[in-house]
Design a protein around this ligand. Structure first.
Ligand code: AVI
Length: 323
């Protein structure tokens, strides 16, 4: 970001036009939807960090406890001298557990779309682990573009947080296939997956009593107001999240509380009372689902670790030979 809010650099202009195109296309479609990745501007990312601390949001805490308990086994399975590649660079507490458990780590390569995020992560890690080779890769790991990581070491991927659950199953499979290519024949992936459970528990995790998840969802309207000169009245929309047992997923929407018209990037959009904009899916898996997902992406489950209440699973996936 440069000094003046009116002067945007090339990357910011590109991001803004990508956001505008996605929003206009999403508001034009019959079932209105905006891709979840746009929830994470600076405020959205800060709100998500707050979500991770909420009493109702068991995911982060539970996954961290599983990793704490089993990092040694992960290190033994991976063996010495591997390169750790993290998809996303947000969760430094979790990455550190693996960095510390992996013997003679050749390299740590976080992949993230946000240059700012990456630079901050890399600087912190270089300070705390002066001998660790940190090679951040600024890229969208969900995109099809091949990722360049120069290292001959065996590769261990890390995709924590159940972010895989935010992908529709077909996209989750194609993500895993790309990860499998990047990690190569002898590679492995440590994957965090939220498990199917009592729907009430799931409902509470996405409808917290402090309203942080609602603020996170509605921040998308704020972002449109700021970046696309939109005219959303935040008080006239609500966060809506529920568990759909058939789809096995939490569905999240922004719901219009009344009939209204809004301008976005110079275009007018009419909303009926109750009309929704879809913002997120958060798929939940059972063991058969994880097994099928791993297989479809070219991996086999070598090990599954879970917590006593079976809320969350961390799986160690090994690449399977591909024809
Ligand atoms: C990032 N992701 C795994 C979160 C989830 O649980 O699906 C995003 C989230 N959205 C609302 N609360 C959390």
């Amino acid at each position: 970001m440069n000094g003046s809010p009116l002067l945007l650099d090339r990357a910011e202009l590109d991001d803004r036009s990508e956001f505008r195109d996605a929003v206009l296309a999403g508001l034009d479609s019959t079932q209105r939807a905006i891709p979840a990745k746009f929830l994470y501007d600076a405020r959205g990312s800060a709100l998500f960090d707050e979500i991770c601390e909420l009493p109702e949001y068991y995911l982060t805490r539970t996954e961290t406890a599983i990793l704490q308990q089993h990092a040694g086994e992960i290190g033994r399975r991976a063996g010495p001298g591997c390169a750790l590649i993290e998809f996303g660079s947000g969760s430094s507490v979790k990455s550190r557990l693996l960095i510390e458990a992996l013997a003679e780590l050749a390299l740590y390569a976080p992949i993230d779309i946000s240059r700012e995020h990456l630079d901050a992560t890399a600087a912190r890690l270089r300070r705390d682990y002066p001998t660790l080779k940190v090679e951040p890769v600024c890229a969208d790991y969900m995109a099809m573009a091949p990722l360049r990581i120069e290292s001959a070491a065996r590769r261990l991927g890390f995709f924590p947080g159940s972010t895989i659950g935010n992908l529709e199953p077909a996209d989750a499979t194609s993500f895993l296939k790309r990860a499998r290519r990047l990690l190569r024949e002898d590679g492995a992936l440590v994957l965090g997956v939220d498990l199917k459970k009592d729907p009430q528990r799931l409902h509470e995790a996405y409808n917290d009593s402090a309203g942080v998840t609602a603020a996170f969802t509605l921040n998308l309207l704020r972002r449109m107001n700021r970046e696309l000169h939109a005219t959303f009245d935040l008080a006239a929309f609500a966060h809506e999240a529920f568990y759909d047992p058939v789809g096995g997923r939490i569905e999240i929407y922004i719901r219009s509380l009344r009939e209204q018209s809004v301008t976005v990037a110079g275009r007018r959009f009419d909303f009926a009372e109750g009309e929704r904009i879809h913002t997120e899916y958060s798929y939940k898996y059972d063991s058969a689902g994880i097994e099928a997902l791993a297989r479809s992406g070219g991996f086999r489950i070598a090990e599954t670790w879970t917590d006593p209440a079976r809320l969350f699973a961390v799986v160690y996936l090994e690449a399977t030979p591909q024809k």
